[in-house]
Design a protein around this ligand. Structure first.
Ligand SMILES: Nc1ncnc2c1ncn2[C@@H]1O[C@H](COP(=O)(O)OP(=O)(O)O)[C@@H](O)[C@H]1O
Ligand SMILES: Cc1cn([C@H]2C[C@H](O)[C@@H](COP(=O)(O)O)O2)c(=O)[nH]c1=O
Length: 230
């Protein structure tokens, strides 16, 4: 019986890598799939992983009707066993409902991948609907880590070196320090998200005697990021 599975986590926890691996494993067993993504950092019509692998993908736009798209292909005689749906947090609620219908009425597996919450720790509409409708929500086993070593559970947005908690929900960007673009992201544990303590802010606090209280035994000074120039 087909399933709707939502593989979820923070940024940089390996979702796109897993999406590529699942496509590979299912394809290797003769199953036929379609790959969808939306606003991947690497551009349109591509699903990319930070490990360096990427593949062509169908770009999901707001007016895409998954149900129509899959029915059209099936009617034309194309076999489809599964869908890989990356960056699913950006899909509309209607699109998530279409995916659920495809599972139930066409017996096609849907493997969706996406971050749960935005930089304000609020659910993306697509992720919320997936959590509501999925047969299974699977948190990735590889943990993204906060600079302090704890498990990262939040995605902080950093603009001009400062963590922000207001702004547009959707701004495509990366977690690499020094990545091009005004907006960067850093994964943090809840404690450091609440304190607005990014790795940059923690380093600044560690060298400033005025900033208290900040327990350096519990929270060691984060290492400097390794940049291309290094
Ligand atoms: N140079 C590297 N060597 C080994 N693993 C890496 C390297 N760069 C990134 N990774 C792994 O890739 C993960 C990010 O994978 P990716 O699929 O792009 O994440 P996501 O889609 O969740 O944002 C990191 O958590 C890390 O485990
Ligand atoms: C937290 C947050 C993230 N985004 C964007 C940034 C990236 O382009 C994607 C997440 O991609 P990843 O493969 O999981 O790293 O989402 C955003 O638009 N708004 C946010 O609040």
């Amino acid at each position: 019986m087909a399933e709707l599975v939502f593989f979820s986590g923070t940024m940089d926890c390996g979702k796109s890598t897993l999406a590529l691996q699942m496509n590979h494993n299912h394809g290797a067993r003769g199953r036929v799939g379609l790959i969808f993504t939306k606003m991947d950092r690497a551009g349109t019509n591509v699903l990319s992983s930070r490990l360096g692998l990427s593949t062509g993908a169908l770009e999901v736009r707001d007016d895409l009707d998954f149900w129509d798209a899959i029915v059209d292909r099936a009617t034309a005689g194309t076999r489809i066993d599964y869908l890989i749906c990356d960056e699913a947090q950006f899909y509309t609620c209607d699109q998530v409902e279409q995916l659920a219908r495809i599972v139930d009425e066409m017996d096609v597996d849907v493997f969706a991948f996406g971050i749960t919450a935005d930089f304000r720790t609020e659910l993306f509409p697509g992720s919320k609907r997936l959590i509501e409708l999925a047969d299974r929500v699977q948190v990735l086993q590889v943990e993204a880590l906060c600079w302090c070593g704890r498990r990262a559970t939040t995605n902080a947005r950093v603009m001009d070196g400062v963590m922000v908690v207001e702004g547009e929900q959707v701004v495509v960007g990366d977690t690499n320090p020094g990545s091009s673009g005004l907006v960067e992201y850093e994964v943090l544990c809840r404690r450091h998200y609440m304190r607005r303590m990014t790795s940059h802010a923690a380093r600044a606090a560690a060298i400033s005697p005025e900033v208290l209280p900040f327990d350096l035994d519990v929270c060691p000074v984060p290492p400097l990021p390794i940049t291309q120039a290094d």
